[in-house]
Design a protein around this ligand. Structure first.
Ligand code: SF4
Ligand code: SF4
Length: 442
């Protein structure tokens, strides 16, 4: 594409959001002017395998997405952040880079959370994102690998209709697949040969940052990245289903203020004013807390690294993120905006991935999940109108309309932040609600 505006417009038309994470509209991110475009290939959630395989099997498209993203943002340099241990993946990306592209690969350590975008910006460029800030504050835009792949598809006129994700854990055939957005979680489990445990619990998004799901009729969305299937009584499943009041009371009773949680917090290590041990001290005081006392929680990135660090298996990360969500719901804005410096101890406070997997009780599930072609057709999809940050898509179809794969079925409401929605199978519109559009194959 020749013009920057054409790239942004194509990405907007294609309905692309960040593939994983919060689902921020990509066309908005591409309108920023940056010095660097970083590709987040760290894939730091334990047992995730999607991005590595996209870089292995679709390197040309991923690198083309980087070129287009650089053109849109004016970035003079593109850098892939990939763990150094993935030699084959690095070689694959390097072979797709052409002379003059000004794209390089930066090798990352095998730590968690190497893929936190602020951690990655510091590891690659030595720049600290200010408190409550974004990478663009220090001249960077960070894009996910699958998002780069989708940008390159958008330039070919292909909308965002299918999702790559890994299904792993207590399933017969762990795999990574490309499936239509809107099929059910159960259908993905069936592709993986079914679950191997009664009463399974899924962490949708992974062991550290994923959300607990027990209703497998829920649809796959643009943000789905990983389904980690666990037995009901697995330590991680139990821990993540523990009610908040129990989490808080355990911490009040057992926290010895050893400070390890704060020491290992990757945002605290950047000098940010987040101190999970202090939040527990405040809870334990027994007096009503003021918003100002809790405001440091606004800087929590919800990585749960501090849970790993706690020697007595408390969940300071859950405490911090619950407080943060309460404050956000109450309309509080982050009051911290300092430009900070990294702690001199930062590099000694990294969490090795192998230790993390062991501590989480996931060693037996640490197996390959190869990218596997899906031959089966799907007969029904439920496409949520809100799968992204911003206003829900506004339906432009009605019950009974015939639609084809890729047709736009929801538009961005006038003047709002959002993305359009597209049919992910051929079929007939069966339901249009305030929440979703259901399409069934003819
Ligand atoms: S979850 Fe814990 S380690 Fe992660 S940012 Fe929040 S307080 Fe820090
Ligand atoms: S690491 Fe655990 S025990 Fe230590 S201060 Fe943090 S929550 Fe308390």
């Amino acid at each position: 594409m020749e013009k920057t505006a054409d790239i942004v417009e194509a990405v907007k038309r294609a309905g692309i959001t960040g593939a994983g994470g919060a689902g921020f509209p990509t066309h908005v991110k591409l309108q920023a002017q940056a010095e660097y475009l970083l590709a987040n290939g760290a894939e730091c959630e334990p047992l995730t395998h999607v991005d590595k395989q996209l870089m292995l099997h679709h390197a040309a498209e991923v690198v083309e997405g980087m070129r287009l993203g650089m053109q849109a943002t004016g970035a003079k340099q593109g850098i892939f952040g990939i763990k150094g241990k993935y030699k084959e993946v690095i070689a694959s990306i390097q072979s797709a880079i052409k002379p003059g592209d000004n794209i390089t690969v930066s090798e990352l350590g095998n730590f968690y959370p190497a893929g936190d975008e602020q951690v990655m910006v510091y590891d690659i460029l030595g720049r600290i994102v200010p408190e409550g800030g974004l990478p663009i504050n220090v001249g960077c835009v960070v894009q996910n690998i699958e998002t780069l792949y989708n940008i390159s598809a958008a330039a070919q006129g292909k909308p965002f209709t299918h999702k790559y994700l890994t299904v792993i854990g207590a399933v017969a055939k762990p795999m990574s697949v490309r499936v239509p957005i809107g099929i059910t979680i159960q259908e993905v489990l069936d592709l993986a040969g079914g679950v191997l445990t009664p009463d399974p619990v899924i962490l949708d998004g992974g062991a550290m940052m994923g959300a607990v799901v027990t209703d497998f009729s829920q649809p796959i969305t643009k943000r789905s990245k990983m389904l980690l299937v666990l037995p009901y009584d697995h330590q991680l499943s139990v821990k993540r289903r523990t009610p908040r009041v129990v989490i808080d009371n355990h911490a009040i009773a057992a926290c010895d203020q050893c400070y390890f949680c704060t020491d290992y917090c990757p945002r605290h290590a950047q000098g940010h004013a987040i101190e999970p041990h202090k939040l527990i001290l405040l809870l334990a005081s027994g007096v009503p807390l003021t918003d100002a006392q809790m405001a440091g929680a606004m800087l929590c990135c919800e990585c749960r690294t501090c849970n790993y660090a706690c020697p007595v298996h408390l969940a300071p990360g859950d405490i911090a993120l619950n407080i943060k969500r309460d404050l956000v719901k109450a309309g509080m804005k982050n009051p911290y905006h300092r430009q900070t410096e990294a702690s001199p101890y930062r590099d000694y406070r990294r969490v090795p991935m192998t230790r993390l997997i062991s501590r989480l009780g996931l060693v037996k599930y640490d197996v390959p999940a190869p990218l596997t072609a899906v031959s089966q057709t799907f007969t029904r999809v439920t496409l949520k109108l809100s799968q992204h940050i911003g206003a829900p898509a506004q339906p432009v179809v009605k019950v009974g309309d015939k639609v084809s794969l890729g047709d736009m079925i929801g538009k961005i409401p006038a003047g709002a932040l959002g993305v359009p929605l597209h049919a992910s199978i051929d079929g007939v519109v069966r339901e249009v609600t305030n929440e979703a559009i259901v399409i069934e194959a003819n």
